[in-house]
Design a protein around this ligand. Structure first.
Ligand code: ADP
Ligand code: MG
Length: 697
């Protein structure tokens, strides 16, 4: 077994499971090793029954007092009951449909049980706890990992599969940290750290492993940037001619705000400056501030000078929308636009590529598919990326390489702190749209809990009756079951998921047309659902955050976010920005059962604020910069962008600086990574690059 072997070669992994692993971004043995636990059950932290409190998750060492007895209920469910004791109390333990346990939980044997305990009138009970046989002198694991799952995977399957890798694979080949760095920072080697993170024997071991992987992650990330920069040092950028923009302005149904005008001036200044220095500019402005039209003007200037412009969006939905809006605007000016996304049929893709290559298309709009090796441009002058925080910096570097000396305009609705942007994007010039177009309505925001459900249904009906449309966002696609095992994370009520939610809402609101969109759907179906909603053929659209960025449906008047506490404020603000785009008063309802504490406070903070910049600042203080890093459904895994699994840029700032410096030094001393100690790093970086270049077929 090799680190690069496909996951299919592991025992018990067939087609179905391999697909589930793939959904988690796991394709190779190495991917699985880097699938870190999201939590640990601290089973080594044992107590006696007498010490256990009702409702607590505990680990107890109990001896079986009476042979298990099974009864069958309603002819279907088998209930197995067993009594066990320690020095202090007795406990009744119940299992469902596991009658074979009769032969496992034998009289007189001792087991470590882990799960939620019930204490009532001196009676102790546990239901379907996890358990391991206790043999004196043989230590039981202190911590048991809890992994992120995707059905039909269970904790047991993932744990067993990980164990099979530890048993059958040499891990040292995964070492990307040069020995010198490990010594300097006192970091464990990769094999030790992998064991430490999957099966820690102590908190100290876990901490050491974690620190190593945080460092590794930041180091690989920084190295990726440093080496990409080495490769892409443009000094030969085209010089654009300044041109008359009145034709463009005449086609707009509104006048630019003065902030937009200023940004246009700054951008055209760069484009027309000469000297060969490519523009690298961040166009930032709150949701709805009108960044698209500014970017369109930049495109117009370049196209007038005979160059092509590539516009990339983070999602297919957004790419299609940009394509529709911009081609409508540009058509009348004789500018040819083309769309190039992953879901196009092969002939259309081929045609779009040919148009880009022969220079027939002047504006090429697409997703990351534009990065794919097959796409060539005749005369690429400007690359625009929308909602940059969804893209990995290395993706951008890959694109810049392609367009070698093209100008770059990055649009983002998220204000990124200066230090962070330096690390993530390098040195970008900044243009800021700091005022909103006139006449915008303020979206009324409410925070409610589950007890409002009936009123919320009525509110949905009312909005639709008045000609509005409704977005509902859930944090999950389908329910995620952790195999009857009680674990630390499962104590919270399950998250609302698109599939179940849709079924329930359809049953409650029969007269409404309800549709769904989520990242895993076929792109074509996703687009069709989005198009139906945009055309007003759907009343309620239930989705994950795939609709978060940029989508524009002016008739939408109500945004409901379920399990709102799960989202960052900046993200909620983005979601809220999907409504309030038309004339009618719009509403945003955040549903959350967090009654107190910081989660609730965060949500309340959103009520009074509608300045995205202020909100992002609060969020950064409360949650750290996680939202600035691509992640989540439709994010990192799918698009191959870089995301941090375990590093937190706020708390690990010190490590980040060290790792970034080490990477920079390395890029200077061994720019081609020819040293034999750097082979694994070279392999890792080219693998990342290959993923970034992506596949659209
Ligand atoms: P964002 O900055 O979030 O990308 P958009 O570019 O999508 O915002 O613009 C949001 C909406 O505002 C669009 O419908 C757009 O046509 C409109 N808009 C942009 N600029 C102006 C303006 N100066 N006056 C009025 N409406 C504008
Ligand atoms: Mg936008």
């Amino acid at each position: 077994m090799e680190l690069t072997s496909p996951i299919r070669i592991l025992p018990g992994v067939g087609e179905k499971r391999a697909q589930a692993f793939a959904r988690l971004g796991i394709e190779t043995v190495q991917d699985l090793l880097y699938h870190f636990p999201r939590a640990y059950e601290h089973r080594g932290d044992m107590c006696t029954l007498a010490e256990a409190q009702d409702g607590q998750v505990v680990s107890v060492l109990l001896t079986i007092a009476r042979e298990p007895a099974s009864v069958t209920l309603r002819g279907r469910m088998t209930l197995t009951k067993v009594t066990a004791f320690d020095d202090t109390r007795r406990c009744t333990i119940t299992f469902f449909n596991q009658s074979y346990l009769k032969d496992v939980l034998r009289l007189g044997a001792t087991f470590r049980f882990y799960g939620k305990i019930g204490v009532k009138d001196g009676h102790y009970t546990m239901t379907s706890p996890a358990f391991e046989p206790y043999i004196p002198g043989v230590p039981l694991p202190e911590f048991v990992p809890v992994y992120p799952l995707s059905a039909p995977l269970t904790q047991k399957i993932v744990r067993d599969t990980v164990r099979a890798v530890f048993d059958g694979c040499a891990l040292d080949g995964a070492e990307v940290l040069p020995a010198r760095l490990r010594t300097e920072y006192g970091l464990p080697g990769v094999a030790e750290a992998l064991r430490g993170i999957h099966t820690p024997a102590s908190v100290r071991e876990l901490d050491a492993a974690r620190e190593r992987f945080i460092f590794e992650e930041l180091f690989v990330f920084s190295a990726g940037i440093a080496f990409a920069r080495n490769r892409a040092k443009g000094t030969n950028a085209p010089v654009m001619q300044s041109c008359d923009l009145s034709e463009f302005y005449a086609a707009l149904p509104f006048a630019l705000t003065s902030a937009q005008q200023r940004c246009v001036d700054e951008i055209t200044g760069d484009l027309c400056a000469g000297g060969g220095r490519p523009m690298t500019r961040l166009l930032s402005g709150d949701v709805g501030s009108g960044k698209t039209v500014v970017a369109a003007l930049a495109a117009y200037v370049c196209i007038h000078s005979g160059y092509q412009v590539a516009l990339m969006a983070p999602t297919e939905i957004l790419a299609v929308q940009h394509y529709h809006d911009l081609s409508e605007l540009f058509e009348g000016m004789g500018i040819r636009c083309t769309l190039l996304t992953g879901s196009l049929g092969a002939p259309q893709k081929r045609a779009a590529r040919a148009q880009a290559k022969k220079g027939q298309a002047q504006l090429i709009v697409g997703t990351h598919a534009l990065l794919s090796e097959g796409v060539e441009f005749a005369r690429l002058g400007l690359v625009i990326t929308d909602e940059q925080h969804r893209f990995g910096v290395m993706q951008r570097a890959a694109l810049t390489e392609k367009g070698s000396d093209a100008h770059l305009l990055v649009m983002s609705a998220t204000p990124i702190p200066r230090t962070l942007s330096l690390i993530l994007y390098g040195d970008l010039d900044l243009s800021e749209i700091d005022t909103m177009p006139p006449g915008r309505q303020r979206v009324q925001t409410y925070v409610v809990d589950e007890s409002y459900r009936a009123r919320l249904d009525a509110f949905i009906r009312k909005n639709v009756a008045q000609g509005g449309q409704v977005y509902i966002v859930c944090p999950a696609v389908e329910s995620e079951e952790d195999e009857g095992l009680v674990n630390l994370m499962n104590e919270k009520p399950p998250l609302k998921n698109v599939i179940d939610y849709t079924a329930k809402l359809r049953a409650r609101l029969k007269e409404l047309r309800i549709d769904t969109v989520y990242g895993r759907m076929k792109p074509r179906d996703k687009q069709a659902a989005m198009a139906r909603f945009a055309a007003g053929e759907t009343d309620v659209l239930i989705s994950t955050t795939v609709i978060e960025v940029g989508v524009n449906v002016p008739r939408a008047t109500l945004m409901i976010v379920e399990n709102a506490e799960r989202f960052g404020l900046a993200q909620l603000h983005q979601l809220r920005g999907r409504v309030g785009r038309g004339r009618a008063q719009s509403y945003c309802v955040l549903v959350s059962n967090s009654k107190t504490g910081p989660a609730r406070k965060r949500l309340e903070a959103l009520k009074g604020k509608d300045n995205g910049y202020e909100i992002a600042k609060i969020d950064l203080e409360l949650r750290g910069p996680g939202d600035f890093i691509p992640s989540g459904e439709g994010g990192a895994k799918q698009h191959g962008a870089f995301s941090f699994r375990i590093a937190n840029l706020c708390t690990d700032m010190g490590l980040l600086n060290a790792a970034a410096q080490a990477a920079k030094d390395l890029a200077e001393t061994d720019p081609d990574l020819l040293d034999s100690g750097h082979t694994a790093l070279r392999t890792r970086l080219s693998a990342i690059n290959a993923r970034l270049r992506g596949t659209i077929s």
